[in-house]
Design a protein around this ligand. Structure first.
Ligand code: NAD
Ligand code: TYD
Length: 340
């Protein structure tokens, strides 16, 4: 089987590529990624050593480049991770979110139709459901929860989901969608909460916590998400949405305190700052459908996963340091110098 993984130089995509190379060594994987600020080819250093893996740099919204890629590689499966993903950036600059997350997804689906792709899998987010209140812990998002978005990021992801479902209904494109809660693990860009806290605390820098840190997220270890995507894209039903979540709700302040404790750093580093506009209060996923239909369950307890994650960042100081210094952006040129 030939699988195109878009956005595979980012956080979840790179973990997914390692998951596939390990669990499906007979498949051919092509990573297609524009290497925006969030894409880091050095995250795929280990993958580039595999004969059945290759990397192509390109934009998912570039119709010509996408068509050429599909024509050349003839993919059986396309799994779309490529996206602008940071809520705070979507508040500053929504336009790139519309282009990549909506037009880019459409461009990939048009090519998938044209070249007879057997499965187009869209990696989506629980943020399309909006927020849950803090005082009703029994409420959770199911696949039937209405779409109700808060940020330009979640609105663009919801738009892509609706387009994907319309391509199934109207054109019969075999799509599937997973909507996952917040992920944590290795290779996450240090603008997101968990790697931001680890990298700043390691240097004894203040840690910005929005509002009072009372917002709740449902954290899932990234490899558990990868396993869910792998199952759904191979065995999930066409035209269906599957929620993926960790049954692991934490307030932001709990997460920050846990990390500080693991690092042996004082809570005096915590600095409460002005809240994010439109900040969703709580996300919580009901993952009953994927558990029942496909037998998926999260395997990693938060305490273990956060320990692995903290250790990974401490052991991979160069990966982090190159990002903080901006040097990671030169990696592509170094890696490919004289090879193209
Ligand atoms: P990320 O920001 O770490 O990586 C995004 C990747 O997409 C980068 O490698 C970037 O270079 C690439 N990219 C961006 N624009 C592109 C374009 N126009 N063409 C080609 N490549 C482009 O993101 P992530 O956290 O790994 O998220 C991956 C997917 O999972 C996203 O679709 C996101 O919405 C979804 N998701 C993320 C989370 C989470 O907690 N991180 C949770 C649920 C769903
Ligand atoms: P983030 O990692 O940006 O993911 P998302 O907004 O997609 O859930 O943020 C996770 C939570 O942490 C969210 O409630 C916002 C909060 N947060 C902070 O308190 N401080 C920060 O510096 C960041 C980046 C996030």
């Amino acid at each position: 089987m030939t699988i195109i993984v878009t956005g595979g130089a980012g956080f979840i995509g790179s973990n997914f590529i390692y998951y596939e190379l390990k669990n499906h060594p007979q498949d051919r994987i092509i990573c297609y990624d524009a290497l925006t600020y969030a894409g880091n080819l050095s995250s795929l250093k280990g993958a580039l050593e595999y004969k059945n893996f290759s990397f192509v740099r390109g934009d998912i919204a570039d119709e010509k480049a996408v068509d050429e890629l599909f024509e050349r590689e003839k993919p059986d499966i396309v799994v779309n991770f490529a996206a602008e993903t940071h809520v705070d950036r979507s508040i500053l600059n929504p336009a790139s979110f519309t282009k990549t997350n909506i037009i880019g997804t459409q461009t990939l689906m048009d090519a998938s139709r044209e070249f007879g792709v057997k499965r187009f899998h869209q990696v989506s987010t629980d943020e399309v459901y909006g927020e849950l209140p803090l005082d009703k812990p029994e409420l959770m998002f199911t696949e039937e929860t209405p779409i109700h978005t808060s940020s330009p990021y979640s609105a663009s992801k919801a738009s892509a989901d609706l387009l994907a479902l319309s391509y199934y209904r109207t054109f019969g494109l075999p799509v599937s969608i997973t909507r996952c809660s917040n992920n944590y693990g290795s290779y996450q860009f240090p603008e997101k909460l968990i790697p931001l806290v680890i990298s700043r605390a390691a240097e004894d820098k203040p840690i910005p916590v929005y509002g009072r840190g009372e917002n709740v997220r449902d954290w899932l270890y990234v490899m558990d998400h990868c396993a869910a995507i792998d199952l759904v894209m191979r065995l999930g039903r066409e035209g269906e949405v599957y929620n993926v979540g960790g049954h692991n709700e934490k307030t932001n302040i709990e997460v920050v305190r846990t990390i500080l404790k693991k690092l042996g750093k004082p809570e005096s580093l915590i600095s409460f700052v002005k809240d994010r506009p439109g900040h969703d209060k709580r996300y919580a996923i009901d993952a009953f459908k994927i558990e029942k239909e496909l037998g998926w369950k999260p395997q990693t307890r938060f305490d273990d996963g956060i320990g692995l994650t903290v250790d990974w960042y401490l052991e991979n100081g160069k990966w982090l340091g190159d990002i903080l210094a901006g040097d990671y952006r030169n990696y592509y040129d170094k890696m490919y110098a004289g090879r193209m």
